[in-house]
Ligand binder design. Sequence first.
Ligand SMILES: Nc1ncnc2c1ncn2[C@@H]1O[C@H](COP(=O)(O)OP(=O)(O)O)[C@@H](O)[C@H]1O
Ligand SMILES: [Mg+2]
Length: 294
Amino acid sequence: MNAIVFDNVSKHYGDVLAVDDLSLAIEPGKTVALLGPNGAGKSTSINLLLGLLAPTHGTVSIHGRNPAQAVRDGELGAMLQDGALLPELSVKELVELVRRLYPDPLGLDEVLQLADLTGLADRRAGRLSGGQAQRVRFALAVAGAPRILLLDEPTAAMDVESRLRFWAGMHDYAAGGRTVLFATHYLEEADEHSDRVIVIARGKVAADGTAAEIKAGAGGQAVRFVIGEQPTAGLDTLPGVSAVEVGAGVATLHTSDVDATLAGLYRGTTLDVRDVRLSGADLEAAFLAITRES
Ligand SMILES: Nc1ncnc2c1ncn2[C@@H]1O[C@H](COP(=O)(O)OP(=O)(O)O)[C@@H](O)[C@H]1O
Ligand SMILES: [Mg+2]
């Protein structure tokens, strides 16, 4: 049985169609990224899973149950975008509070370790940094040992170190055969931390596959370099190049084959090329490519 199923789900807020006839199924044990720009419908989808919102049409199910039942059974843990922490309670007290709500929670020490909060157990929530508070939200999401973990843009407000610690904890938690669905608008996060990426745009699935498949569909990579005032004619015919942008003395070549493009640039032209940089397709380009296709 699937862990999560959306069956022709739509959600309207008045005139706004936030989720548009969405159908998808997620197998148990997978870590899945829900990747999309702001306003794509990620939070709405997660709130539908939690039963915080009801679909306008269609059904959402969790291990074959409706969201309310799944929440009652302690199947779901969640880290929401705007979850407040009671400022007067310590980290330990907050975790204990949540542990008591679940039938078969993780041990306190295990929760603190997963979220890398052992050294902060007695700190009051009101005195935590933004990144530490986010890690407490993660601790509260896993405290009940839910089989399904929902994380809505979990790394927002985290510094680099908190991010590293957070992802390590997430992978430890997922390794126990649990299902994780996390929303993000960073292609890199989806790439690095998931088994499967579901791209949503305007409430619909725009692409679905492994990160490598998504990136291949997103038009590959970009080669960027300083070109100054030299003529740019012919750049668009270099091997692999699908599009060229030039501005402020910098040329950007979108390519499906970086090696071939660079070889063509150095061997096939007489341009004096400086400060060459490579980058993955950015999300903007990815969405254009993906939504053009679909
Ligand atoms: N409570 C609300 N009332 C009206 N419109 C909303 C509400 N919440 C979200 N929306 C709209 O629904 C769409 C999807 O929002 P959301 O699910 O928050 O997207 P995401 O999490 O991907 O940024 C957006 O157009 C947003 O403006
Ligand atoms: Mg959101």
